[in-house]
Design a protein around this ligand. Structure first.
Ligand SMILES: [Zn+2]
Ligand SMILES: [Zn+2]
Length: 329
């Protein structure tokens, strides 16, 4: 087979850039900017809106419902299932988790998985797409690092190569289809709460109010909680478990992040289906996975083994706090 000059010319473009990356065009960066900024304006507007009486119990209920559906789509679907294979699931559950995650407006499953696998491969060293620790010795390095790890990295010209880091996701026909219709999922994620709000209150004002709280505000909330795992949970908090990076456990993010802020354990045991492994560490994603397992909707769940967890503890005296821990005879 001869290679046409066109293909040779294309190969010369910086499509791959640094190894393991792919070029992100300006149009995509503008689109991302739009979807980062608009929901964020909703956060700024939230207090005057609530103060002015534009927040009803219907809005609160719809916010919680869509926060749970889309938050678990990211934590259980995108993260623990698609990225790390913490459990096995049939086609129906796979599609359900991918749709739930897509509704969080954090991009298609393939790019998310690729970014996150690369983060684990190079965590907090050169090659990590969103480490807060690679901003060098500049003044305000921590601030700059925080911004980069929280949001700035989304706008990098070079993004993680899906072909290299998520070939399994890229080759799945169901996920390809969802990726193709991703814009429709975005519209659905914002419009479904509005339609429900309108029907429940039987008013146009109810639809607008639900669109704001369970649509825009909820998207911003999930965005910033997810990004806090990349920023806060690599800067502040407690290093409870041994890993080669700077990941930490942050207790106050446990409930909003559905258990993902037990990030020190996650870097020590990335395939574990439970991140909150010590007694008292709330992990709602693990509760959801366990529920699916009891209902026989998922199988081969990789629950953490207490003896392995014990070996990873920085402070061995914490061993009795491990869930399911039995003292050796
Ligand atoms: Zn991390
Ligand atoms: Zn992970």
């Amino acid at each position: 087979m001869t290679v046409s000059p066109d293909i040779e010319a294309n190969d010369a473009l910086p499509a791959e850039g640094t190894p393991g990356t792919q070029f992100q065009p300006m149009s995509m960066r503008i689109t991302i900017g739009f979807f980062v900024a608009i929901p964020f304006f909703a956060v700024i507007a939230a207090i005057p809106m609530a103060w002015g009486g534009w927040l009803s119990w219907v809005d609160v209920a719809l916010f919680i419902l869509f926060w749970a559906i889309t938050g678990l789509g990211i934590t259980v679907g995108y993260h623990r299932f698609f990225t790390h294979g913490s459990f096995k699931a049939g086609r129906g559950i796979k599609i359900m988790l991918a749709v739930m995650g897509s509704y969080a407006l954090e991009g298609s499953v393939s790019q998310w998985v690729a970014d996150h696998r690369k983060h684990h491969k190079f965590s907090d060293v050169e090659g990590d797409p969103h480490s807060p620790w690679l901003e060098g010795d500049v003044k305000f390095a921590v601030l700059k690092g925080f911004w980069h790890s929280h949001t700035g990295w989304l706008f990098d010209k070079e993004q993680t190569s899906v072909k290299q880091y998520a070939p399994d996701i890229d080759a799945d026909p169901d996920l390809q289809l969802l990726s193709k219709y991703y814009p429709a999922l975005v519209v659905g994620s914002l419009l479904i709460p509005a339609v429900l709000g309108g029907l429940i209150t039987w008013s146009f004002a109810g639809a607008i109010s639900a669109f704001f709280w369970a649509g825009l505000f909820r998207v911003a909330f999930i965005h910033h909680v997810t990004w806090s795992i990349n920023s806060v949970c690599h800067i502040w908090g407690k290093r409870t478990f041994k890993s080669r990076d700077k990941s930490t456990n942050v207790w106050w993010l446990a409930i909003p992040s559905f258990g993902e802020s037990w990030h020190s354990l996650h870097h020590a045991e990335p395939t574990s289906a439970r991140h909150g492994v010590l007694k008292g560490q709330v992990d709602l994603s693990a509760v959801f996975i366990r529920t699916l397992e009891v209902l026989k909707l998922v199988n081969d769940v990789r629950w953490p083994k207490p003896e392995r967890v014990e070996r990873k503890l920085v402070d061995p005296s914490l061993a009795p706090r491990i869930r399911g821990y039995k003292k050796a005879a």
